[in-house]
Design a protein around this ligand. Structure first.
Ligand code: NAD
Length: 360
């Protein structure tokens, strides 16, 4: 039942440090025995958790302070999985210590923070940043990308991306979600906004509505938890993003994350966490593809609640790109444009009008 240890070649060794060991333990687990990517140290403000994760996954060093982890010269890449509100400070701290940064979504929590991150990377090209947008690196979404890049969908006419999930557990187990600076729009819609931008490109204007359900209220969450967003891209094409978090979820039949691409030659629907996709290409029959052989790569422990496989995929991608001297997507510019889009959505909701996405 363990992960397949399905690793790909990088070309050189990298030392990895991981901070934030809730979701972050998925990367520590996934990289066990990786021939080139060595988790040198883990860090969590909860010292007992850091010690326990280091013990479980054979990580030689553990810390309760990020500064101590960053002082290690054998760490090249810092992977950040701390609460959303801390990403900006931890990115800056890691850059200042001379590390490359892999930061989970949402990269940061406002356009102002995104501008600072982008400005730093532009002025310090020796420091690279990649956003850990796990959904891009999940099996069905990778197959979808291959079909798109192979031209099997033709030119895209429309795209729709959604993240639909019952978040009651989250309000209960993540105290920081009820604290200032947290925004479910950034935390969750960063997935579908990133995914739709991956295909449709830069967003020119958004028009969004949001509301709060009784489920949010009853669970002590006082922000919006239901989002419908229409997007107009700079290409002139349009698309739609849906983010629903106050509901009783159909786990078997409705994907949490779905990307539907409608093109001139084909339609492809990629799904998470189901290891399957539906497609119809010009001149061919409609079909469902299953990727069950991937199951132990993606779901290495705790069911579908961690993303070990996706984290391995994107960390390998980042390290390989660093080795080859090319930008790892989504890079700082791409990630910051997603934040700029989310900021425009937030403004559109607040001001109840369409809003143009600001530049970096
Ligand atoms: N699909 C994905 O990629 C995905 C999925 C879930 C969560 N996330 C992201 O991961 C991040 C963490 O979420 P989570 O669910 O693991 O939360 P969590 O609360 O379970 O874990 C966060 C950890 O960070 C630690 N921490 C807090 N402040 C710290 C500090 N200053 N220094 C070191 N450690 C500190 C906490 O002790 C905690 O163990 C969030 O940004 C979330 O959005 C990404």
């Amino acid at each position: 039942m363990e992960g397949h240890r399905r690793f790909t070649a990088i070309g050189r060794q990298f030392g990895i440090g991981i901070v934030g060991l809730g979701e972050g333990k998925g990367l520590a687990k996934g990289l066990v025995d990786h021939p080139e990517l060595k988790v040198v140290a883990v860090c969590d403000a909860n010292a007992e958790l850091a010690k326990s994760i280091a013990g479980q996954f054979g990580v030689p060093h553990h810390y309760s302070s990020l500064a101590n982890l960053l002082a290690r010269e054998d760490i090249d890449i810092v992977a950040i999985y701390t609460p959303d509100q801390l990403h900006f400070a931890h990115i800056r701290q890691s850059f200042e210590a001379g590390k490359h940064v892999l930061c989970t979504k949402p990269l940061v929590n406002s356009l102002d923070e995104a501008k600072e991150v982008f400005d730093y990377v532009r002025k310090n090209p020796q420091r690279q940043l990649m956003v850990g947008q796990s959904s891009r690196f999940f099996g069905p979404m990778q197959h979808q990308r291959q079909a798109y890049e192979a031209g099997k969908l033709g030119t895209l006419s429309f795209a729709e991306a959604q993240y639909v999930h019952d978040m009651r557990w989250f309000y209960k187990e993540r105290a920081w979600a009820r604290e200032g600076g947290f925004d479910l729009l950034f935390a969750c819609c960063s997935h579908p906004v990133d995914l739709i931008r991956w295909y449709m490109g830069d967003v020119e204007e958004v028009s969004a509505y949001a509301s709060r359900t009784e489920i949010a209220e009853a669970n002590g969450f006082h922000g919006n938890d239901t989002f419908v967003v229409n997007l107009k891209f700079t290409s002139g094409k349009i698309g739609r993003v849906l983010g629903l978090y106050g509901l009783e979820h159909l786990h078997q039949t409705r994907p949490w994350i779905e990307v539907a691409l409608y093109g001139t030659k084909g339609t492809f629907i990629g799904k998470y966490p189901q290891l399957e996709a539906q497609m119809k290409y010009e001149g061919e029959k409609e079909r469902t593809e299953h990727y069950f052989e991937d199951i132990y790569h993606y779901f290495q422990f705790e069911g579908v609640n961690h993303h070990a496989g996706e984290f391995v995929n994107y960390t390998e991608h980042f390290a390989r790109c660093l080795h080859e001297g090319v930008s790892a997507m989504p890079d700082a510019e791409d990630g910051c444009k997603t934040i700029a889009t989310l900021e425009a959505i937030r403004q559109s909701i607040r001001e109840e009008r369409p809003v143009r996405v600001k530049g970096l």
